[in-house]
Design a protein around this ligand. Structure first.
Ligand SMILES: [Zn+2]
Ligand SMILES: [Zn+2]
Length: 377
């Protein structure tokens, strides 16, 4: 009798078995396979509105456990052409924490050993309760038959837990948030509370879809389309991508200019630019943000650059203002409890020096950004 190939039978859920009998046994026993896929999708959709809880109150249904929101802000809806999405059921003011969610499991982001990753994901999925498994298998899988379904779903939906970490998390609720290149919300991994938060970047109207960006930066139209098609297998039809051609070209010009300034300001830190020129450029960048309608993480980043330029220059007056603005912007996007917000708050407090009170409005901005013709201090 020929020796059996060990672990050769792959189940749809990602687990491997020595033979098909063991797999059949597993399919009968595992809660993963209790319901056909169609029924799963129906049940998950029938769960109805989520997020309708008081602040900090723990939800009672197990599928929603670990998710909190600031009370009745959104509902999960089927969106034309893009699966499910989150839609505001009330006006959501800028800065609101829309969602705060713990990962149902963590996985390494290193994809070099796909077999090991497949096993890790399969084990994690097996450990979930029935409701969580239902929600998990209802998530999008852009990998088709390239992987087991579990791994495909995990690879499609896992979000990084911070920018410098090697692990990612699977979030049942946040995974339902669709992309827009002109997103109205931003997701951040908050290490202090071990949760992913989503904050409103601007006032969101009732009935408006809540969107985040899947892009690491916002490049020009053709680059965005290429990236999203390559990584996420969809053609973006957001308001920015659907702009009439002439407007889109104007937007592309601004985006290119923002990138060029970002690069030039970066060279300041290598000694390639005078502080005055660097601040002038950052000021131009903020004008471009305004014209382009950018409210996201680029804002605190640019203020933080200005803060570092002023600090390095021994300019405590400006450093104080920029630290405060970085803090204000971070707070809106990440909340008071995020490590970066707390860090900037301290930086601003340590620099509590007098600001030039005699200046106001335009005069103050001219002084701050060291624009020509401004009063010297
Ligand atoms: Zn299975
Ligand atoms: Zn787009």
């Amino acid at each position: 009798m020929p020796k059996k190939n060990p672990r050769k039978v792959l189940c749809d859920c990602g687990k491997r078995f020595g033979d098909s009998q063991s797999r059949s046994q597993h399919i009968r026993d595992s809660p993963l396979h209790k319901q056909p896929v169609v029924a799963m999708a129906y049940t998950a959709a029938a769960l109805g509105p989520v997020g309708e809880v008081e602040e900090n109150q723990e939800l009672t249904t197990s599928s929603a456990k670990g998710i909190e929101s600031v009370g009745g802000l959104y509902t999960v809806k089927a969106m034309a052409g893009k699966g499910k999405g989150l839609v505001a059921i009330t006006k959501i003011p800028k800065g609101t924490r829309i969602l705060s969610e713990a990962p149902i499991f963590r996985v390494p982001r290193d994809n070099s050993n796909i077999n090991s990753l497949e096993r890790i994901v399969a084990n994690e999925v097996e450990r979930l309760n029935v409701d969580q498994q239902r929600s998990f298998f209802d998530l999008t899988n852009i990998y088709g038959n390239a992987h087991s379904r579990s791994l495909g779903i995990a690879r499609t939906n896992v979000l990084p837990l911070g920018s410098n970490t090697s692990s990612g998390g699977l979030f049942l609720e946040a995974s339902l948030i669709n992309h827009s290149c002109r997103h109205n919300s931003q997701n951040t991994w908050n290490e202090n509370i071990s949760r992913l938060t989503v904050h409103a970047l601007q006032d969101i109207k009732e009935g408006e879809e809540i969107t985040i960006t899947y892009l690491p930066t916002t490049p020009v139209y053709t680059e965005r389309q290429r990236f999203l098609q390559e990584k996420f297998k969809f053609d973006c039809k957001c308001e920015l991508c659907l702009l009439p051609r002439t407007e889109r070209e104007r937007s592309d010009t601004r985006l290119r200019e923002i990138q060029a300034i970002d690069k030039a300001v970066g060279s300041y830190f290598w000694g390639g630019l005078e502080p005055e020129m660097a601040l002038n450029l950052l000021h131009t960048m903020f004008l471009l943000f305004g014209e382009e309608g950018i409210w996201d993480g680029l804002i605190p980043r640019a203020y933080n650059d200005a803060y570092e330029i002023a600090t390095e220059n021994g300019d405590k007056l400006r450093a104080r203002v920029f630290a405060q603005r970085t803090y204000d912007a971070r707070r809106l996007i990440e909340g008071d409890d995020s490590p970066t917000t707390i860090k900037m708050k301290r930086a601003a407090e340590e620099l509590s020096v007098e600001t030039p009170q005699r200046l106001s409005g335009t005069e103050f901005e001219n002084w701050l950004w060291m624009l020509k013709g401004a009063l010297t201090s």
